[in-house]
Design a protein around this ligand. Structure first.
Ligand SMILES: [Zn+2]
Length: 174
């Protein structure tokens, strides 16, 4: 796939930038990152050792680390993952990243019964088409903080906040 460098265009056209993009797109590194996501860890944590072994001190530069995060986001989003949270503290392998982004499997995971998002909103399953948008489905969510139940679009589950106690948008009508 093609990288859209945005504010990193100066770095992306260097040999280092091109090598990083190819490296992050290698099958074994993608598997490492997807495994980390399954375990609830930031994706880049899983390739920190490989990055340092291959690129040495070049990847310790802050802006290069930001470039890596920018690239990983595009790779993960192209594979159906969604950004779940930024600046998550890396707990285990801290040799390269101290904080990093965490992703969730957008299609498979958040719409499953029993999924609980970062705001403690639990998915109780799908029940009919959403009233406002018939291309998406409504899911019943329960706030585990206050037990309020409401309906949400499937695509919103990963980031939904409780309308009752967290200032989230009102539940959709079905
Ligand atoms: Zn609540």
């Amino acid at each position: 796939m093609e990288y859209y460098p945005g504010k990193f265009s100066d770095l992306a056209c260097l040999t280092l930038g091109k090598d990083l993009w190819n490296f992050l797109n290698q099958q074994d590194n993608i598997i490492r990152m997807e495994t980390a996501i399954d375990l609830g860890k930031p994706a880049v944590e899983a390739v920190a050792r490989e990055l340092v072994e291959k690129f040495g001190d070049d990847v310790r530069v802050d802006r290069v680390k930001q470039l890596i995060g920018h690239m990983v986001r595009q790779i993960m989003e192209s594979r159906g993952f969604q950004l779940d949270a930024q600046n998550v503290k890396v707990l285990q392998d801290r040799r390269l990243f101290k904080k990093a982004s965490r992703y969730v499997d957008g299609a498979a995971k958040t719409t499953k019964i029993g999924y609980v998002n970062k705001n403690n909103q639990k998915n109780h399953g799908h029940c009919g088409d959403a009233g406002t948008d018939h291309n998406s489905r409504a899911y019943e969510l329960e706030c585990l903080e206050c037990q309020h139940r409401y309906w949400a679009n499937g695509t919103d589950i990963f980031q939904r906040k409780c309308p009752n106690c967290q200032g989230g948008a009102l539940g959709i009508l079905i």
